[in-house]
Write a protein that binds this ligand. Structure first.
Ligand code: SF4
Length: 201
């Protein structure tokens, strides 16, 4: 499998924010978001065997986040990795950009589906929201009021079973976004990326 990096840190976002976590970042992405904060993962990476990836994952804490890039582009390798991690009793989250069907991976992991907003210049497949379970989550990365209006529109049209996070793009004015979250008639949670505040990867 093509891997951009493997490292240990704190989970910076989502349901497990703040928990110690091992990250496996897959290389390669099918999108080019305007504000992508990991452009290095959009291509390249190094080929690694399943065994060499597993060797780099310490047994504690038993929690791994698989991210990218877009990990679902390497579906076969991803499934083998998930089976190996679960057989070791490791809890797994998968972060995906919402353009690939993830149902095949739900038996092994909690899904965090990113829904791309207009400011990203990209678009997710909103029909995938139907497959989100209570143990999964959805994240909207928003930049401005137009993105907030888009979120409102999506939430009105799609019932989402998992928790919904509203996360501002790094460096934007938080005020219109927090105002939106406070007035939103759907259950959403504002969340800033912890790793950017505390200065760890
Ligand atoms: S989906 Fe993620 S990795 Fe791909 S371009 Fe967008 S932000 Fe970057």
């Amino acid at each position: 499998m093509k891997i951009a990096e493997i490292f240990s840190s704190l989970q910076g976002e989502g349901r497990n924010q703040g928990k110690p976590c091992h990250f496996i970042r897959f290389a390669g992405c099918n999108l080019r978001c305007r504000w992508c904060d990991t452009p290095v993962s959009q291509s390249g990476g190094r080929e690694m065997s399943l065994e060499s990836v597993l060797e780099q994952i310490p047994s504690t804490p038993p929690y791994v986040c698989i991210t990218g890039g877009e990990p679902l582009l390497q579906a076969g390798d991803l499934e083998e990795l998930l089976i190996a991690l679960r057989s070791r009793g490791i809890m797994v989250d998968i972060e995906t950009n919402g353009t690939r069907n993830f149902t095949r991976f739900q038996p092994y992991a909690s899904i965090c589906m990113d829904v791309k907003c207009p400011s990203s210049g990209e678009e997710s497949d909103l029909s995938l929201l139907e497959s989100i379970r209570p143990e999964d989550s959805v994240k909207f990365v928003v930049s401005d009021e137009a993105d907030c209006r888009y979120v409102q529109c999506v939430l009105q049209r799609h019932a989402i079973a998992g928790e919904v996070f509203i996360s501002p793009v790094s460096g934007v004015d938080f005020r219109p976004i927090t105002d939106f979250v406070r007035s939103c008639d759907q259950p959403v949670r504002f969340q800033v990326q912890l790793h950017k505040i505390i200065g760890v990867q």
